[in-house]
Design a protein around this ligand. Structure first.
Ligand SMILES: [Zn+2]
Ligand SMILES: [Zn+2]
Length: 201
């Protein structure tokens, strides 16, 4: 006589989570190691679980993601290139709308790219972190800057490198400060000390 141990009439088929009644093989997580080529957890439960795990372990999740990217970089780049080449015009439009929707990420990417080009040490942070730290006050003229004022207008909030990247400064929180566009453009490639000495009277 066979004992029925649980409601699982087909062991290894149902999702392992007791509250979940998914039993369609096609909905299980595929795995080469698992029995019959799948593990006993459904895709929905696995997705929810990994989402919760990532939320609880953000640093480890980031490390895992980075590791994966490092191993699969070539593949990702090739796939992106194929996508770009399939319909360049559509890609350009998508890119444009993406950057318009994520201006903060665009600025961060530009800053990191510029810093890399200048062989500077790169710390990862958003410029808004620095702006908030400095209270949106320009460290040179002490005026209150305005992040919503259009680019290339005097009071526009910009991220300033006290020692310019091209002169060996780092893209770090310590070397970055909030400035108005006007001061930033006058300062050019001078260091903060040089510029402040020049405008002092
Ligand atoms: Zn499930
Ligand atoms: Zn200023």
């Amino acid at each position: 006589m066979e004992l029925e141990l649980s409601w699982r009439v087909r062991p290894g088929r149902e999702c392992r989570n007791w509250w979940c009644r998914e039993d369609r093989v096609a909905r299980m997580v595929k795995s080469r190691e698992g029995k019959d080529g799948h593990v006993t957890q459904c895709l929905r439960c696995a997705t929810t679980q990994s989402k919760l795990w990532r939320k609880a372990n953000p640093d480890r999740a980031r490390a895992t993601k980075r590791g994966w990217y490092r191993r699969n970089r070539r593949k990702v780049l090739d796939r992106n290139a194929a996508y770009r080449n399939r319909d360049p015009e559509a890609y350009r439009l998508w890119l444009k709308s993406y950057w318009a929707a994520n201006p903060e990420r665009m600025r961060q990417a530009q800053q990191v790219r510029r810093a890399r080009k200048a062989n500077a040490t790169v710390e990862r942070f958003k410029d808004t972190e620095i702006f908030e730290r400095d209270g949106y006050v320009c460290y040179i003229c002490t005026r209150l800057t305005d992040p919503s004022s259009p680019p290339h207008t005097p009071l526009r909030t910009v991220l300033e490198h006290r020692i310019p990247l091209k002169r060996g400064g780092d893209h770090s929180r310590a070397n970055c400060a909030t400035a108005c566009w006007e001061c930033n453009s006058h300062k050019g490639q001078m260091t903060d000390t040089e510029f402040l000495a020049l405008i002092a009277f």
